[in-house]
Design a protein around this ligand. Structure first.
Ligand code: SF4
Ligand code: SF4
Length: 451
């Protein structure tokens, strides 16, 4: 006998939204591919942390199936369990049945954002965060204000008194994540074209990103220098902005699609052979543009052609024969695998390969290297408690390695793990692998710790 469809949430009494509608609906076959074997459970960070079935991939797929079949509605409980998912895709890597968990999650979140009414505070915070990223000019102004906030010493006052944490743990988390804002000179844009050193191998378009170009500008400069040294002409196309990854992961597929089209157009105009990305989350999203725009007759083939050109920076550098001698970098490095490299893009060996080629660099493996650090796009701003527990676990593992440097191929993880190391007062430096290659090619910056 079919089960009656619930019309009100059992826990809050609020009316339930009916089951998924047809627009961006989670694929039923994908849901049914799950055979409930549970092989993904040991790799799921939220399941490992809570031990709860509903915080596991299997539990979340079960919830999606119930809503898909009209046995349940989009309830506060449903939203809570999907919100708590990091989107790290460790379950997708582990699943022997090929369940497309990432696509299911994206679609389920889109249904939530269109059809479920979040509490007002939650809605406002999400709107503020997502309205900042596609607009570099807004981020630039925010950075100017924040740099004055830090220079006037207000940051120290806020952190020492703990006042902000009392008012809003989420705002306190945002404030704490912020590294020292780079100077205006450091934040100046990259040149439109950086010429290749020596004979040109090809023309690479470089995604400068919406956050890292302001917050970690040295990383972008190092990336351009290293690509040029490898023989690539590096183009930073005008008109590129946010790649849309944060919107895609947050249930705003329409804005994600608009940002994808803008990104494709910017790189088409630049006429590049490859598109280089130094942020794992952005690279993973851009490699999915073909799927994202599959129903758009005008853009489908352009998205496919673009997707085929996208490379994580480690994929490019792993195949380079260096024309100049690599100099020793005598440091002990451990490597954290960003989820969107290891799981979404299945890139594991290339970053290690480029580090192993650096003379005198000692690479020590990080236990649980591919377990999420809690960053996960804007997850650490929205799910502060779970993000904090995962960060603590990551910092404990890093401490065990005894490394003085942790190499990380994603901007969000660089900020998140940097925060954890500062809070733990561990003398460990966070860098992107490409920065270590840059040190080897062009010399270590003054003051960098050796060994
Ligand atoms: S994406 Fe990550 S957090 Fe979400 S269910 Fe899969 S393994 Fe768990
Ligand atoms: S998602 Fe895959 S691994 Fe996890 S329970 Fe379902 S079939 Fe098994």
């Amino acid at each position: 006998m079919p089960t009656a469809v619930a019309t009100r949430s059992a826990e809050s009494g609020r009316p339930l939204a009916p089951a998924f509608d047809a627009v961006d609906r989670p694929d039923r076959e994908g849901i049914l591919d799950c055979v409930h074997c549970g092989l993904c459970l040991p790799s799921c960070p939220t399941y490992l942390t809570t031990g709860l079935e509903m915080a596991s991939p299997r539990g979340r797929i079960h919830l999606m199936r119930a809503v898909d079949e009209g046995q349940a509605g989009i309830s506060a409980d449903f939203v809570k369990h999907l919100d708590q998912c990091l989107g790290c895709l460790a379950c997708q890597t582990a699943c022997p049945s090929g369940v497309p968990y990432g696509y299911l999650l994206e679609a389920a979140r889109t249904q939530i954002e269109r059809r479920y009414e979040r509490p007002a505070g939650d809605r406002r915070l999400r709107r503020v965060i997502l309205s900042l990223f596609p607009h570099p000019e807004r981020l630039a102004w925010l950075l100017v204000a924040l740099s004055w906030y830090q220079r006037l010493g207000l940051s120290g006052v806020v952190r020492n008194t703990g006042l902000l944490a009392l008012l809003s743990p989420r705002l306190a988390q945002m404030e704490a994540l912020l590294p020292e804002v780079p100077s205006a000179a450091a934040r100046r844009p990259l040149p439109g074209v950086t010429p290749a050193v020596g004979q040109r191998l090809g023309r690479v378009g470089f995604l400068t990103g919406c956050v890292q170009r302001f917050v970690l500008p040295d990383l972008n400069r190092a990336t351009a220098r290293v690509l040029a040294a490898a023989g690539y002409e590096v183009v930073s196309p005008q008109g590129q902005g946010c790649c849309g990854a944060l919107h895609l992961h947050s249930g705003d597929l329409e804005t994600g699609r608009a940002l994808a089209r803008r990104t494709i157009q910017a790189f088409e105009r630049a006429q590049v052979d490859l598109v280089a990305v130094n942020a794992a989350g952005c690279g993973a999203a851009m490699k999915e543009y073909g799927h994202l725009l599959r129903d758009d007759a005008e853009w489908r083939s352009r998205a496919e052609a673009f997707r085929a050109r996208v490379r994580d920076i480690s994929q490019i550098l792993a195949g380079v024969s260096w024309r100049q001698e690599l100099k020793p970098v005598p440091v002990t490095v451990t490597y954290h695998e960003a989820c969107h490299l290891a799981h979404a893009q299945r890139i594991r060996k290339e970053p290690r390969l480029i580090l192993q080629r650096i003379p005198d660099l000692q690479l020590v493996e990080l236990p649980e290297s591919d377990l999420c650090c809690g960053s996960a796009g804007v997850y650490n701003l929205l799910q502060t408690e779970m993000a904090g527990r995962l960060l603590q676990r990551k910092i404990d593992r890093i401490r065990e390695t005894g490394a003085s440097v942790v190499a990380i191929g994603n901007v969000g993880c660089l900020l998140q793990i940097g925060l954890g190391l500062r809070q733990a007062k561990l003398p460990v430096r966070t860098v992107h692998p490409v920065e270590l290659v840059d040190w080897s090619l062009h010399g270590m910056p003054d003051g960098e710790p050796r060994a």
